[in-house]
Design a protein around this ligand. Structure first.
Ligand code: GUN
Length: 296
């Protein structure tokens, strides 16, 4: 007899984390007159980015923080975006800065990201934070990877010695999540679309993190029985009736028959990203104000 995997409820975990963040914010105001502030910069009108930015704004305010939104026209020059970032770097009410990606093609994203003050880089994309993470120093860490590890620890308990396979090698998810799993004492394999015998590599995983951006690529027979599967993919695919539906990088229907625990899409990793962003903003604000970071 096979039993279906336990569903990992990212929506509920994220709601709990946001409540803890709101509690910490209230405490910081009461004890230190410190109100964390997050600035978000959106250039252009990418529809998915607009949804993200709207949700970030709403959830930042709900957590009791200041939210500063900067919406710029798609034709804004790279120099003007850099000037805004510098202005936010120098604004003491702003503790976290996030420039929504993708930026329009005429803007050098790397230059913009690396102009953000590393202390305010709540996305953890600045080369200084990536390097600090890789060398085990205190760093602001990308939000989706942090969310993945929080969910994996919640589902599996101790990750010590677990075989973790990360499918995907992006700077935003694959590489930082691998670094975090190393810190948790996992044995980490970073696999990708060119990996030889990818199904076989995946079958060795006690913890399988899928972040390749290919709809339903990872099938149930790639999953080790009882493994924890964390699906980072958010792919919009067209159904036969012309409507779209969201699917992950994992073929959920077959994988849930084999895995021990698995994140659904939507409702798994997705809701964790903004909750972790709020958490990082509190951490950044505490570091800038020189006060102890609350346990989140
Ligand atoms: N676009 C999609 N996800 C993200 C994210 O986590 N950070 C930024 N800056 N842009 C994004």
């Amino acid at each position: 007899m096979t039993t279906e995997a336990k569903l990992i409820d990212g929506k509920a975990y994220a709601a709990g984390l946001r409540e803890r963040v709101a509690g910490a914010v209230a405490q910081l105001k009461a004890d230190h007159n410190l109100q964390p502030g997050l600035a978000v910069v959106l250039v252009g009108e990418d529809p998915a980015s607009q949804v993200y930015v709207r949700n970030k704004h709403k959830q930042t305010l709900e957590a009791g923080m200041n939210s500063f939104e900067h919406r710029l026209d798609a034709s804004t020059s790279g120099d003007d975006v850099l000037a805004l970032v510098e202005q936010l770097n120098n604004d003491p009410a702003v503790h976290g800065i996030l420039v929504q990606l993708p930026l329009p093609d005429h803007i050098d994203s790397e230059k913009v990201i690396n102009t953000i003050s590393p202390a305010k880089d709540v996305d953890g994309f600045h080369v200084i934070n990536a390097g600090r993470l890789a060398t085990g120093q205190d760093a602001l860490v990308a939000c989706t990877p942090v969310g993945c590890v929080l969910l994996a620890k919640d589902a599996m308990g101790d990750l010590n010695g677990a075989n973790a396979v990360v499918v995907g090698r992006s700077n935003i998810v694959g590489k930082p999540v691998a670094q975090l799993l190393l810190q948790e004492n996992c044995t980490v394999t970073i696999a990708h679309s060119r990996t030889k015998d990818l199904p076989g590599v995946c079958r060795g995983a006690d913890l399988l993190i899928a972040a390749v951006g290919r709809p339903e690529m990872i099938k149930g027979d790639w999953v080790k029985p009882g493994a924890c599967v964390i699906d980072v993919g958010i792919n919009r695919i067209e159904r036969e009736d012309g409507k779209t539906r969201l699917v992950g990088d994992v073929d959920f229907g077959s994988a849930k028959q084999v895995a021990g625990s698995i994140t659904p899409v939507p409702g798994g990793v997705g809701p964790m990203t903004i909750a972790c962003l709020l958490r990082s903003t509190v951490i950044a604000a505490c570091a800038q104000a020189g006060v102890a970071t609350p346990d989140l």
